[in-house]
Write a protein that binds this ligand. Structure first.
Ligand code: AMP
Ligand code: GLY
Length: 421
């Protein structure tokens, strides 16, 4: 197939990598891709969505996959579909499940999907009043997209009120904060669940666990994710059932009733509290680094799953997963997540180690290529992925691979998957 992938992260790299391992040959284009996706396909530089759709028509692209949320919230799927193109992702309206936390919370409430008690408001008085009714910690969220920074877990009432004031005045997040959610803090363990949806049907992927904090033991600031593993033993059949019956089914049925059938990846951020799955949030895309560990666990065709999901034919296929486990360890640049870093040359040891060759790989993210040399460009640079028959084996292999990658300032967590070990 001729495939176009939007995005530049390890997530997009891992999708393309999985497709390259299929029997069928694919020609892959990336917009914009990164310094390593050139090895899997061709990087483009066409930022305008209409121009990109014209390119896709001219090139006879058969399937477009959108990695990040921003183009989805901007409505790229509607633009491509209007041109008769096949694209995997939600419409602009359905992408509101991630694009607006107010839309998402009100949707959850309307369809009785369990979520944290909350108020959504643009009124500072109402927000303060609700804050006073909660015990600490208190969660304050900006309505719109804030690049993963729009959630404040306040340890005191005063801290919550400062966050509310700064959001509502537009000081902290501009227009994205002009409405806020104030909600109760949920104490439990967090899961990432992914349902690939075609509007009616869905395929639930193995549950993953992300590590959002920068430092070992879940310390330090929030990041996009410093590592992940799947499947997690923290989910049993009963919990999968509850997520299907109480979250995914009502969401797909509800979105149809709203006139915005959900196609694409429904990423459910779940907090398990006393064995009950409570929905923290929806995203309308794959998680990163979760995607990097889920793609190598799929034994059936990844491209066919996306194609069938984009053409309302998911019921025709059976998606299969390996019995193995996958662990991904993120390697970030020195200043992540606070700021950018000076590009640093990446040196990867020649591997003559059979176990590393066979059971590990690297998914490249924040990298650039200059004169055949790969540079770490700041942010999350790459993910070392290990596969194994147990989580421990997969983890040990991922860290073996980490030991072979060198660049100035490299930063990793050394305790990925600790909750499962
Ligand atoms: P969100 O962007 O809504 O996923 O929030 C970012 C992170 O904040 C989540 O992954 C959780 O770790 C945390 N969080 C969000 N809402 C709550 C809540 N109500 N209770 C506890 N933690 C939360
Ligand atoms: N790893 C979490 C996310 O992609 O939002």
């Amino acid at each position: 197939m001729k495939i176009l992938i939007l995005g530049s992260g390890g997530r997009e790299y891992s999708i393309a990598r999985a497709m390259k391992n299929e029997k069928e040959e694919h020609e892959i284009f990336f917009q914009p891709g990164n310094g390593a996706t050139n090895n899997l396909g061709k990087n483009l530089n066409i930022k305008d969505y209409n121009e990109l759709a014209t390119f896709a028509k001219q090139e006879k692209i058969e399937l477009t996959i959108v990695g990040p949320e921003a183009p989805l919230v901007d409505g790229i799927v509607d633009i491509f579909k209007a041109q008769g193109l096949t694209i995997f992702g939600p419409s602009k309206e359905a992408a509101q499940l991630e694009g607006s936390k107010v839309y998402m919370k009100n949707f959850l409430a309307k369809y009785n999907i369990p979520t944290a008690a909350y108020i959504e408001t643009a009124s500072i008085d109402a927000a303060f009043k609700f804050t006073d009714s909660l015990s600490v910690p208190i969660v304050v969220k900006a309505d719109g997209l804030c690049g993963g920074k729009g959630v404040i877990i306040a340890q005191t009432h005063d801290e919550a009120k400062v966050a509310i004031s700064e959001m509502l005045s537009g000081k902290s997040f501009g227009d994205a904060g002009l409405k806020v959610i104030v909600e109760e803090f949920l104490d439990g363990y967090e899961l990432s669940m992914f349902a690939v949806c075609d509007g009616d049907d869905y395929i639930l992927l193995p549950a993953a666990q992300d590590h959002k904090k920068l430092l070992n033991g879940d310390g330090g600031p929030n990041t996009g994710g410093m590592g992940a593993y799947a499947p997690t033993p923290l989910v049993d059949d009963a919990l999968y059932r509850k997520v299907k019956d109480r979250v995914i089914r009502p969401t797909l049925d509800g979105m149809k009733k709203e006139g915005a059938p959900f196609e694409g990846v429904l990423f459910i951020g779940i907090m398990v509290v006393n064995g009950e799955p409570i929905t923290l949030e929806f995203n309308v895309r794959f998680g990163d680094p979760e995607c990097e560990i889920l793609m190598p666990l799929m034994t059936s065709s990844v491209s066919d799953m996306f194609l069938k999901a984009s053409t309302k034919r998911l019921s025709e296929i059976k998606v299969e997963f390996s019995k193995q486990f996958a662990v991904g360890v993120v390697m970030a640049s020195g200043n992540y997540p606070y700021g950018s870093s000076i590009p640093a040359e990446i040196v990867v040891d020649e591997s003559h180690h059979e176990e590393i060759d066979k059971f590990t790989h690297i998914a490249y993210a924040g990298v650039s290529m200059d004169n055949d040399t790969l540079y770490a460009d700041g942010g999350r640079v790459l993910v070392c992925v290990g596969l194994g028959d147990s989580i421990k084996q997969a983890r040990d292999r991922a860290y073996l691979r980490c030991g072979q990658v060198h660049f100035v300032g490299k930063k990793i967590r050394t305790d990925i998957a600790y909750q499962a070990l």
